[in-house]
Write a new protein. Structure first.
Lengths: 114, 114
């Protein structure tokens, strides 16, 4: 398994601002992912964070709104840009190791946009 | 869209076995069945996965029908801490490509009662 931490754990932000969420893993991992969970809903995949190249975004998510960085095999960031109240969600990162096909999730970042 | 169908909710008495069903009638030959759970306000937790044979680990057992069109997750002795939303997901076990992504449906809300 992998131990994943996210910062911040929660934040309240003003509309129009941006927030960068950090995801740190305790070991090198092949794949890192970012998900969004809107209130009362299930998880939706935003993008796959690729090391050394641009992230791969799912339908409905664009780089200008959710820029992602992955500078190495243990760290990634997700920025929520130009926020609106509709961006209020829990944002989770997850990782998949190179030795199994199990995906492990971080504790999430609870974002409220006012 | 999720490729699985699960009951919206289930109740289970503490100490009894919890049997959570999942239908995945369109599963492909190279797709695995994965189970995750999400305890309130936490990130999803990997439970178990399997291809066609029954699987058991320290958390649960996974029973997959011979035609692979349905499966059952069994928590042998449910405790109050097992109260969570349980997600059944089918996916290809590989790295890269959208087929390997986890697509979360609405899951089954399991309530374990004293």
């Amino acid at each position: 398994s992998a131990v994943i931490s996210q910062k911040p754990s929660r934040d309240i932000c003003q509309r129009g601002t941006s927030l960068t969420i950090q995801c740190q893993v305790d070991s090198q991992v092949t794949m890192m992912f970012w998900y969004r969970q809107q209130p009362g809903q299930s998880l939706t995949l935003i993008a796959t964070a690729n090391q050394g190249s641009e992230a791969t975004y799912e339908s409905g998510f664009v780089i200008d709104k959710f820029p992602i960085s992955r500078p190495n095999l243990t760290f990634s960031t997700l920025t929520v840009s130009n926020m609106s109240p509709e961006d209020s969600s829990i944002y989770l990162c997850s990782v998949e190791t190179g030795t199994s096909y199990e995906q492990y999730f971080g504790p999430g970042t609870r974002l409220t946009v006012t | 869209d999720a490729k699985t169908t699960q009951p919206t909710s289930m109740d289970c008495a503490e100490g009894r076995a919890a049997n959570l069903p999942c239908n995945h009638s369109t599963i492909s030959g190279n797709e695995y069945v994965y189970w995750y759970r999400q305890i309130h306000s936490q990130g999803p937790q990997y439970i178990i996965h399997g291809l066609k044979n029954n699987e058991t680990n320290e958390m649960a057992s996974l029973i997959i029908t011979e035609d692979r069109k349905s499966s059952t997750l069994i928590l042998p002795h449910a405790t109050l801490r097992d109260t969570a939303v349980y997600y059944c997901i089918v996916r290809v076990a590989n790295y890269g490509g959208s087929q390997g992504n986890l697509i979360f449906g609405k899951g089954t809300k399991l309530s374990v009662k004293p």
